[in-house]
Ligand binder design. Sequence first.
Ligand SMILES: Cc1ncc(COP(=O)(O)O)c(C=O)c1O
Length: 416
Amino acid sequence: METVPAMAAPSLDHIRALDAADPLAPARAHFALPPGVIYLDGNSLGALPVGTAARVADTVQREWGSGLIGSWNSADWIGAPQRLGARIAGLIGAAPDEVLVADSTSVNLYKLLAAAIMAQPGRRTVLTEPGNFPTDLYMVQGLAQLVPGLRIRQAEREAIIDAIDDDVAVVMLTQVHYKTGHRLDLATVTAAAHARGALMLWDLSHSAGAIAVDLNTAGGDLAVGCGYKYLNGGPGAPAYLYVAKRLQDRLQTPLAGWMGHARPFDFDDDYAPAAGIARFGCGTPAIVALAALDAGLDTFDGIDRTALYAKGQALADLFINVVEAGDTGIALVTPRDPAQRGSHVSFACDQGFAVVQCLIARGVIGDFRAPNVMRFGFAPLYLTYADVWHAAQALVDVLHTRAWDRPAFKLRGKVT
Ligand SMILES: Cc1ncc(COP(=O)(O)O)c(C=O)c1O
């Protein structure tokens, strides 16, 4: 995957000059990062925005405490899934009424996969890739138990376009791979799916807020994504789903809950789907969690998106260059070409788990994905060039000194 040669590591003086000239530097003040920590895991759980605690407290104390049940109307709790969806639409190149915040990414995958299959009578295949994020694979495996004759076919991402045939109802892929960081071109793959009459379902969990995503320009059909990664919505934040306007009234969710009903407060015995994106709602929205997600989305207000995405790539380049100049022998897994990657960088290392734990003990937080991948995410809103330079130097030092080789760094918790 390595297409561009490694460059020499820049000096710390050069790094300080980059930070001094960074137009996004003020955004860091919108995050409550602990002192002494360099946080390279915003691709897994975004950092806490300064505004979140007050927003959640207001929702709990004023809206819930004083407003009680009246807040469904007076605070427009009932409109929150569409209101927040419209905000996320701005980050993924969708129209405001094409995105809904609801449920988890897993549940949204299930809803849109099933909806796509029902809309494609005569086609029985879901095409995906081996090594896709596990929940994406598990959701389609679960669906296959329920839908007679549904076939799951897998092709490596390099071969995915050639694997689309006339039996494929839906192609389901994660745009930026959670482990390798490899990025697929949204428009090219979507066009290839359409050329064979298939629908395209994208998981944008590692894309939104980190790289430019333009679903409408790409002719996108369906997409889902997490609220807790680059969108900074907090642990377990509600997820989002996107359905292109032209498909909304053709598709039917398999989870026909009352919140997707045309008139939920008529309390009809029979389900009648709401018009538009609202039909993809299911149960009562998690209002306190939505308040936290709303505060997370505030961190993108007034941010120049072009500068944001360019900084993410520059931080990743810097990390790669400094680590490789350290001559540690670990192998870059992520494409070197910024156009082919998201905003995280992975290195393969057999001792990766212990190395990451050792780095965490030094205040550099990355993560590990079995069997041997060390992952480092570059959230451009709150990282400085100096952070990334120091983190890369720390990684090099940990590898050269074998500081990772202690029993304490080899103990695995439930979450890695
Ligand atoms: C690509 C991808 N999809 C889905 C998920 C998880 O979705 P859920 O919100 O259902 O836990 C993750 C979690 O890391 C992910 O990386």
